[in-house]
Design a protein around this ligand. Structure first.
Ligand SMILES: Cc1ncc(COP(=O)(O)O)c(C=O)c1O
Length: 506
C-alpha cells in the first residue's frame, strides 16, 4: 500500500520533470515587451508637401517644427515621458493639491530613500535635502547661480556636461570642463566610454590654485553629450576617491541612473548577479548629491530636483547654501514641498521612480535601442558603438566623409531636415552646430559631431523604429546628394540650435 508521503513525493518529482521539459522548450525572447498597450494615441499620415511647408516655416529647425506633423517616429528627445504606466495614471487621479506638504511630497521622499538608499533619508527638517523644480535645468540654474557666488574663476569638471548644464554653469561665469574618456574621443570600442578621463582630472587638481577653484565635480550618468555611453562603477569609485581626497564634493547628473545601472550589471565584472536596486544604491553611495531631470528615468512628464546626501561633503562644506537654494526655489518655483509641480505629478513621479529599476523593463529598453542601432549598423550607417541606453548616435563626420561637404556646411542639420521633410521622422543634431560656436567671426567645433535618435520610453514598438532606420539608410545611400545648409539666423547666439534658422544650399 502506498503511503501519503509517497504520493506527495511522486507529485513533486513529476512537477520537477515537467518544469524541466518546459525549460528545454524555452527560447530567448529578448524582444518581448514587458508591458502591453492600455491607451494609444491615433496618428494621421501627413502628406510630404505639408511637412515640407511646415519645415520651411520653421526655418528647417526641427525644434520649431509642429509635433502634430511628425507622422513617423519623434526621436527628438527621450525627455518628458510620453507614455506612463496605468499605475502612474491612477496616481494622477489620487493627486493631492494641498499648497503645503502635500501627500505626493512625502511619497517622493520615501521613494528616494527606497531607491537610492537609507543614507539619503533626512531626519532633520531644518536641513532639507530634497529641492523640487519643474525640470532639470531649473535645478541646475538654482545650483550654479548659488555656487557661482562662492568664488571667482570657478571651474566645474565633468565626464561630459549636457548642453543646458554647461550653459547654466557658464551663465554664472564658471568654466565648464569636459573630461571625455580617451576611448570616446578615439572612437575605440569600450564598454564604458562614458567614463571620466581621471588622468585629466588629476592634472586639473594637481595645481594648488586650480584645486581651490573647483567647488564640485560632476559625473553625468549615462553620458548624454558623450554619446549616451555608460559610466562604470570603477570610474564612479575612482572619481569619488580623487574628489574627496581633495575635499571636493562629487555630484551626479542622474537623469538616466537606472539605464546606467543596467549597463554595469551587463558589462562590469562582479555585478552580473547583483540586482539593479543594489547597484543603484552602490552608485549613489559614492556621491554627495545629484541634480536630475525626472523627465527621463523618473518616467514622468515633468520634474527635476537637487538632492543632497545628509552628512555628505556638500552639506558639510556648504551648510549655508541650503537656505539659499530654498529661497531660490520659493522665488522661482513655489513652496519647497511642490517646487513648481502639481501634487499629482509628484505622486506619478514617485511611482515612476519605483518602476524604472525593474530589470525586465530595462532589458527591453536597452535591447530596443540596440536592435534599432544594429539595423543601421548592418546597412553600413556609421553609428557610435557599443549602443547607449537611450539613443543611437550617428557619427556625422564619418557619414559625410568623402562627400566634399565642409563642417561649416553643417550637413548634420541638412540630414535631419531631409529625414523629417521626406519621411516624417524627427531626429536632432547634437554636434558641430549644437555644440559649436562662433568666436571672433570664426567657427569653433566640438570634439564630437553626432545626430541623435533618442528613443522615448514606452512609446514605440520595434516596427516603428525599423521604419525610421530604413529611412535613415535610404538617405545614407544617397548622401552624396545631400546639400549643406546656410545659417540664415542665429549663428552667433548661445544655445543656437534651439533658435537658429537655415535654408538648404542650392
Ligand atoms: C544629462 C542631462 N542633464 C540635464 C538635462 C536637462 O533636463 P531638463 O530637460 O529637464 O531641463 C538633460 C535633458 O535632456 C540631460 O539629458
Amino acid at each position: 500500500m502506498r503511503g501519503k508521503g509517497f504520493g506527495k513525493e511522486k507529485r513533486r518529482t513529476d512537477m520537477r520533470r515537467e518544469r524541466e521539459i518546459f525549460r528545454r522548450f524555452q527560447e530567448e525572447t529578448g524582444n518581448r515587451r514587458p508591458y502591453r498597450n492600455a491607451i494609444v494615441r491615433m496618428r494621421k499620415s501627413v502628406p510630404t508637401r505639408v511637412r515640407v511647408k511646415a519645415l520651411r516655416q520653421a526655418g528647417l529647425n526641427v525644434f520649431l517644427y509642429p509635433a502634430a506633423r511628425v507622422d513617423g517616429c519623434d526621436l527628438l528627445s527621450d525627455s518628458g515621458t510620453g507614455a506612463m504606466t496605468t499605475a502612474q495614471w491612477a496616481e494622477l487621479i489620487e493627486g493631492d493639491e494641498s499648497y503645503g506638504s502635500n501627500e505626493g511630497y512625502f511619497l517622493l521622499r520615501e521613494q528616494l530613500v527606497r531607491t537610492f538608499g537609507e543614507a539619503w533619508r533626512q531626519k532633520d527638517p531644518r536641513r532639507p535635502n530634497l529641492f523640487i523644480f519643474h525640470q532639470g535645468r531649473a535645478a541646475e540654474h538654482a545650483l550654479f547661480t548659488i555656487i557661482g557666488k562662492t568664488g571667482n574663476n570657478l571651474i566645474i569638471p565633468s565626464n561630459g556636461h549636457f548642453d543646458t548644464t554647461g550653459a547654466n554653469i557658464e551663465a554664472n561665469a564658471i568654466t565648464a570642463v569636459n573630461l571625455f574618456s580617451k576611448e570616446l574621443k578615439q572612437r575605440r570600442d569600450h564598454p564604458f566610454k562614458g567614463d571620466m578621463d581621471v588622468g585629466r582630472l588629476r592634472t586639473l587638481l594637481s595645481e594648488k590654485k586650480q584645486k581651490k577653484q573647483i567647488p564640485l565635480v560632476f559625473l553625468t550618468i549615462t553620458n548624454n553629450t558623450g554619446g549616451g555611453q555608460p559610466v562604470s562603477m570603477a570610474n564612479i569609485r575612482q572619481v569619488s576617491r580623487i574628489s574627496h581626497r581633495n575635499d571636493i564634493p562629487l555630484f551626479f547628473d542622474a537623469c538616466r541612473f537606472a539605464e546606467n545601472a543596467y549597463f554595469i550589471k551587463q558589462r562590469e565584472r562582479g555585478y552580473a548577479k547583483k540586482s539593479i536596486p543594489a547597484i543603484v544604491r552602490e552608485m549613489f553611495s559614492h556621491v554627495d548629491g545629484f541634480t536630475v531631470s525626472w523627465k527621463k528615468d523618473g518616467l514622468s512628464n515633468m520634474g527635476g530636483s537637487i538632492v543632497l546626501r545628509p552628512g555628505g561633503l556638500f552639506m558639510k562644506r556648504y551648510p549655508e547654501l541650503l537656505e539659499q537654494i530654498t529661497d531660490h526655489q520659493i522665488l522661482t518655483e513655489g513652496h519647497p514641498t511642490y517646487g513648481g509641480l502639481t501634487g499629482r505629478d509628484l505622486k506619478a513621479l514617485a511611482r515612476g521612480i519605483a518602476t524604472i529599476t525593474d530589470e525586465g523593463y530595462l532589458a527591453h529598453r536597452v535591447g530596443q535601442v540596440a536592435r534599432f542601432g544594429e539595423r543601421l549598423q548592418r546597412a553600413g550607417v556609421p553609428v557610435l558603438t557599443p549602443f547607449g541606453g537611450h539613443a543611437v548616435y550617428l557619427d556625422m563626420n564619418r557619414f559625410f566623409e568623402g562627400t566634399g561637404l565642409a563642417r561649416e556646411d553643417y550637413p548634420g542639420i541638412a540630414f535631419t531636415a531631409l529625414l523629417l521633410g521626406s519621411y516624417g521622422h524627427r531626429l536632432c543634431e547634437l554636434g558641430d552646430f549644437a555644440f559649436g560656436r562662433e568666436k571672433d567671426g570664426k567657427q569653433e567645433f566640438p570634439e564630437v559631431n553626432y545626430v541623435r535618435a533618442a528613443i522615448p520610453r514606452l512609446v514605440y514598438e520595434d516596427q516603428d523604429l525599423a521604419a525610421c532606420a530604413d529611412a535613415i539608410i535610404s538617405l545614407y545611400r544617397r548622401r552624396e546628394k545631400i546639400p549643406g545648409v546656410v545659417v540664415t539666423y542665429g549663428r552667433d547666439k548661445t544655445l543656437r540650435h534651439f533658435k537658429a534658422q537655415f535654408r538648404l544650399r542650392t
